[in-house]
Ligand binder design. Structure first.
Ligand code: SF4
Ligand code: SF4
Length: 505
């Protein structure tokens, strides 16, 4: 029945921790909209995949929603202007995914008029579009996964269509402490989420989906149930799960809801499930129903270093310093800026970094209690008990530190979701997650280097083949000319010899 909620237990999830949620501070007021900033800073790489190619030049005037940069290949998402104005610069600026180090950005000086480009979005209703046309249209909206991973949505959907899909799973299990942007979105825009979910069902040709929410979000559950009833939508099942970290991980969510285990090194689509964040579904609705590409997002600004924690609808590109000011400014104790949550976020060195499509939370903290001194592992096994992926962190750390790539692969390092549960329970204060992140980065760098070397080898071989072919063609041509000359007499031979000397052969 539309709007009724099924409840699941967590017996299917291994490990995990019950953490202090700390979300009440940022959910006591409605989502607020800050004023248009003077300048928007738009990194050309806000997604998984290579950086986009700018399509505008310095000095050019642009309109809100205008395409500014397009992806270089199939993996990527275009970048649009979040408001109208003039391109002031295309230059490196500090960005959050490099911890505040600079990366190429398009700097847009806003004119304050916020004039939109026309026409935008699809010109026909989505229900009249075939699945593949709909997927191409989603690509043009610049939409990426808004849960924090920023994987290009169209690409994820295209890859999913090649699999034997059964279920759409909408992820509203916002399990990491402090982050509340999905909760507020579900409370205030449940209809947009349901609409986006229906578009996804149509694009993928599915007839069943789940919207999964944790039980500590009663308002969100109520609003989603009402939206499903209003839409008379019985293909979507509202599913309530107990609150535990990290139930919102894609693989963990699939396991809880369907009791299917994502294989090691695999994806949820290997189990017939496609997982999308609820914010991504709302962004798909905004683009396909309202013609608004992904130029803003809800982000939580919170922590004991912020005067008035809240959720904001922020334009992509807004400097974080301006959002902090809108939220009442920093408290006297503010010391640390983290983009993302306390478990998986990144520390950044400056508040001049802009909000990007992946920015779900801006966490400003006073003192972060220092971890105790690292002690030897006492083989208590608590880390393995807490690990939601059933890894053996106490063994992994040994091989990760020894840089033994074969052993860490065999122990499943690449399946580690870097959730930080093992760190929290370790009585010896061993920085397990950090070591795993470093080891994974090393493996990725090694693989990238191998791929580069392979590409260079192929280029070299192709060049050698071409040179050899050209040489053979030259020799064949010379032989043909000699043959002709032999038949024509001595003058022709002298002529060939002269030409040969001239060409340096
Ligand atoms: S960080 Fe990795 S190893 Fe540690 S608990 Fe999470 S998934 Fe397991
Ligand atoms: S929790 Fe820490 S001390 Fe206990 S087994 Fe794991 S790494 Fe060793």
């Amino acid at each position: 029945m539309p709007g009724s909620a099924a409840t699941y237990d967590l017996g299917r999830l291994h490990g995990g921790l019950r953490l202090d949620a700390r979300k009440a501070e940022s959910t006591s007021t409605q989502i607020r909209t800050p004023p248009l900033p003077r300048q928007l800073i738009l990194p050309i790489e806000q997604h998984v995949g290579g950086p986009c190619r700018p399509l505008v030049s310095v000095g050019e005037r642009v309109l809100k929603g205008q395409l500014l940069a397009e992806p270089p290949g199939p993996l990527g998402a275009p970048v649009h202007a979040s408001s109208s104005g003039r391109i002031a610069a295309i230059e490196p600026r500090p960005v959050s995914d490099r911890h505040g180090e600079p990366a190429p950005c398009i700097v847009l000086e806003c004119d304050g008029e916020d004039r939109a480009a026309e026409p935008r979005g699809p010109q026909v209703p989505y229900s009249d579009m075939a699945g593949d046309a709909l997927l191409r249209m989603i690509l043009q909206g610049g939409i990426v996964g808004l849960g924090g991973a920023a994987y290009p949505t169209a690409q994820k959907l295209i890859q999913a269509t090649a699999c034997d899909l059964e279920y759409l799973v909408l992820n509203g299990a916002e399990c990491e402490p402090y982050i509340s942007c999905d909760d507020m979105l579900m409370r205030e825009r449940a209809d947009a989420i349901v609409s986006g979910a229906r578009i996804l069902l149509h694009a993928l040709g599915l007839d069943h989906g789940y919207i999964v929410v944790e039980s500590d979000k009663p308002d969100a559950i109520r609003q989603l149930a009402a939206a499903l009833t209003d839409a008379a939508e019985d293909r979507l099942e509202l599913t309530v799960i107990p609150t535990i970290y990290p139930s919102g991980g894609e693989d963990q969510l699939v396991q809880i809801v369907t009791d299917r285990e994502v294989p090691s090194g695999g994806l949820p689509t290997d189990t017939g499930c496609l997982v999308q964040n609820v914010g991504t579904a709302a962004a798909i609705h905004d683009w396909l129903q309202n013609g608004e590409p992904l130029i803003s997002r809800i982000t939580t600004i919170t922590g004991d270093g912020i005067t008035n924690p809240m959720n904001l609808r922020a334009r992509i590109g807004t400097p974080i310093a301006e959002l902090a000011q809108f939220a009442g400014g920093y408290t006297g104790s503010a010391r640390h800026l983290v983009i993302g949550g306390p478990m998986t976020g990144r520390s950044v060195s400056t508040d001049q970094v802009p909000v990007v499509k992946a920015t779900n939370c801006i966490l400003v903290m006073s003192e972060i209690p220092p971890a105790g001194p690292e002690l030897p592992c006492i083989r208590c096994g608590d880390c393995a008990t807490a690990c939601p992926v059933r890894l053996q962190p106490q063994q992994l750390i040994w091989y990760a530190r020894a840089d033994d790539e074969r052993a860490v692969r065999a122990l499943g390092l690449t399946d580690c979701i870097e959730c930080g549960c093992c760190d929290l329970v370790c009585p010896s204060h061993i920085p397990l997650t950090y070591s795993f992140r470093v080891a994974k980065d090393r493996i990725r760098a090694f693989e990238a280097e191998q791929a580069r070397a392979e590409r260079a080898r192929r280029r070299f071989e192709a060049r050698e083949d071409r040179l050899q072919r050209e040489q053979q063609e030259r020799e064949a041509e010379l032989a043909r000319q000699k043959d002709q000359a032999r038949k024509a007499g001595p003058d022709a031979i002298a002529d060939i010899m002269k030409r040969k000397q001239r060409d340096g052969d």
